[in-house]
Design a protein around this ligand. Structure first.
Ligand code: IVH
Length: 669
């Protein structure tokens, strides 16, 4: 075949395949069999392999994934990707409606009602009708380029039909249909693999694969719900018309969208879907209402990242009833005895729940929970499961009232309650369980950052009496370690190296690591800056402490108590002998760099490559200051994904928002 003939055949085959793709994946109305479709695709593939120079990036053969990427590039969203305010009841919704009606004449606007799909927001960019770039929402301003992954989703058109503008960005939600999710999990179970927890996380994980061939195997789908950037004036009338246009270009729009004229009809739409949501093949966590007229949307504008012209009316969190089989306790690092519920395993929102937190004894008494009770359990979003209430009518008298242990379940010491505190404490400073928790905290990344001291090793070291308190870590003897199970030569060397390295951690890390009640890394930072060395801190009074802004009575009392104890003073002396930093270093000294020049940073959201704590440490190591609250004196907000209110206050305070990688670029120079 001549090249020219091949080119025209490739074009006609591509158009034909795109049409059938659209009929099958977007409209759900196929007119040819899968076999016939495969014949067309094979014909195209064969031609493209004979004439590789004719292979276009938007060819329908290019949906199978490509070579893995080393990392995702960043994408700036020219128009920020907004999020939505929430309503949880009719009253919240009514208030929203009233606020809008007072800004614009209520007879003149319509409300577009849409399902709120529980997936992942993406942006799709088309130039001259061709899909050129797809991105995650990220923090709303900066996302990740996941074009190759999105190309594998068959309901995303690679080439638009009709007369699209030369520049068109659309936004939508990627999700996994429930039925396909079940099939996928069934298959994994048969293969002895661990099953996925829920559709949303699986969809998110699938989109963040660097290897798009893996994404191609996942049953992802999409609904488009809005227009982003465009150079066309045709999208300025109404949201409803915009979606109609997008449909004409080949995008998949949800068929259950409705346009209503008043709030009563909007509430009816919500109620209808609240009772019908199980019947549709994708997870929805609420309804989105959007004012239809674009003019009105513009008048209403946004507060921070939330448009006033739209709202999400959330469905109530899923609740299930299960049996409270037992109440057990664990011991926290400060010796607090924490009760938790053992539940008859039950599925809530796609996750099997076996335990729920019970906080403290007061909580159990307030809810009058007894072992053997039938309880209603709720899991809202990603949050830890909670017991909402017991089901009184199912009591049969065999339920047992739980009593907090009078002796520590780990060391049998007497337990006691501190004044003004709801928690019960183990009174033994040498309690092994307490020490385990404390060591876990001491070696963690927020504190001394020591590798090689996992739970099992720590327990063995305590059981073998090599560690009695945190300072003993610095006096571990190589020969004695050799007698510990599972400790080989290599792991001993790595552990000792890591311990040695931790000696150069800044003073504030030690204060964090001591595990003093109410003293986390932020308070530690404040204390260190104020008192400069451990001796001043050890001798301070509660009154003096409370002179410091952000130090309240709880922190003050807990600190003074801690340093008054003879055992703790001895530990500090041992730590000093070991060569741990117990004073603030001159921050601008030669060895520490001052790249960030004391500028103030706030870190929020989920980072991609580091934990928030690691980022905060990098800021400090490079001469920057870390604070928790955004104010007009903040210089930068480092925002990861799912950034919430801090992002809004940054926008309000005109604080520069940067991504994790922009920050890394700042300190790499
Ligand atoms: S509109 C103007 N419509 O909800 C607001 N969002 O909380 C921009 N979502 O990030 C979003 N279904 O991931 C819109 N029908 C729908 C939606 C929807 C799900 C998600 C989306 C967005 C989040 C906001």
């Amino acid at each position: 075949m001549e090249k020219r003939e091949a080119k025209s055949k490739i074009q006609s085959l591509s158009t034909e395949i795109n049409k059938h793709n659209h009929l099958y994946y977007v409209l759900d109305q196929p007119i040819i069999s899968d076999g016939q479709f495969d014949v067309l695709l094979k014909e195209l593939k064969d031609l493209e392999s004979v004439f590789p120079e004719l292979l276009l990036p938007n060819s329908p053969t290019q949906r199978v994934g490509s070579d893995p990427l080393p990392s995702f590039e960043q994408v700036n969203h020219e128009i920020p990707m907004l999020s939505l305010g929430n309503a949880f009841n009719d009253q919240d919704l009514g208030n929203w409606y009233k606020r809008i009606s007072s800004s614009i004449d209520s007879n003149k606007f319509e409300i577009a009602c849409e399902l709120k799909f529980d997936g992942l927001a993406v942006s799709l960019l088309y130039e001259n009708g061709i899909f050129v770039r797809g991105a995650t929402r990220g923090n709303g301003s900066i996302g990740e380029n996941i074009t190759l992954n999105l190309k594998t989703i068959k309901s995303i058109p690679l080439t638009l039909t009709g007369n699209p503008p030369s520049l068109l960005e659309v936004r939508g939600e990627v999700f996994i249909p429930k039925s396909q999710f079940l099939t996928m999990n069934q298959k994994r179970e048969n293969e002895g693999l661990q099953t996925y927890a829920n559709t949303r996380n699986t969809a998110a994980g699938s989109l963040r694969q660097l290897d798009s061939k893996i994404t191609a195997e996942r049953p992802l789908d999409i609904f488009i719900y809005g227009v982003g950037a465009t150079n066309s004036p045709d999208f300025n009338n109404s949201h409803w018309e915009n979606l109609e246009k997008l449909k004409q270009f080949g995008f998949k729009i949800n068929p259950y969208n409705e346009l209503v004229k008043n709030i009563e009809s909007a509430i009816s739409y919500y109620e209808k879907w609240l009772s019908k949501k199980e019947s549709i093949d994708y997870d929805c966590d609420g309804i989105v209402f959007k004012i239809n007229e674009i003019d009105f949307q513009e008048i209403l504008g946004s507060v921070g990242r939330e448009p006033r012209w739209a709202i999400a009316y959330k469905f109530p969190a899923e609740q299930v009833v299960t049996k409270l089989l037992d109440i057990q306790t664990n011991i926290g690092r400060t010796g607090s005895i924490n009760p938790y519920a053992i539940l008859e395993p039950v599925e809530v929102g796609g996750v099997i729940v076996r335990q729920a937190t019970l906080h403290n004894e007061e909580y159990i008494i307030a809810k009058d929970l007894r072992i053997g009770d039938w309880v209603t359990v709720e899991r809202a979003g990603e949050v830890i499961p909670q017991i909402v209430h017991r089901n009184e009518s199912r009591r049969n008298g065999s339920e047992i009232i739980f009593k907090m242990p009078s002796l520590c379940p780990s060391c049998n010491a007497i337990t006691s309650r501190l004044e003004n505190e709801s928690a019960l404490y183990c009174t033994n400073a040498q309690c092994p369980a307490q020490l385990e928790r404390l060591l876990e905290h001491f070696v963690s990344k927020t504190a001394m950052d020591i590798d090689g001291l996992g739970i099992k090793t720590t327990t063995s070291l305590i059981d073998n009496e090599l560690i009695h308190d945190v300072s003993d870590i610095y006096f571990l003897d190589k020969n004695k370690l050799e007698n510990i199970e599972r400790m080989g030569e290599k792991s001993i060397k790595n552990l000792l190296d890591s311990i040695e390295k931790s000696k150069s951690q800044p003073f504030s890390r030690l204060i964090t690591g001591l595990g003093i009640s109410h003293v986390g890394s932020e308070v530690a930072e404040i204390l260190v800056n104020e008192f400069k060395n451990i001796d001043s801190l050890m001798n301070v009074t509660a009154d003096e402490l409370q002179q410091i802004p952000s130090i309240g009575p709880k922190i003050a009392i807990s600190l003074v108590d801690f340093f008054q104890k003879e055992t703790n003073r001895r530990i500090i002396e041992k730590l000093k002998t070991a060569g741990i930093k117990t004073e603030l270093e001159n921050q601008n000294s030669g060895s520490e760099n001052n790249l960030l020049n004391q500028q103030k940073f706030v870190v929020t959201g989920k980072m991609e490559n580091f934990s928030r704590t690691e980022i905060q440490n990098l800021i400090k190591e490079n001469g920057g200051l870390v604070t928790n609250q955004v104010s007009n004196s903040t210089n930068f907000l480092i925002a990861g994904s799912d950034s919430g209110s801090k992002l809004n206050s940054a926008i309000e305070n005109n604080v520069k928002v940067i991504s994790e990688s922009e920050f890394l670029a700042m300190i790499s120079s």
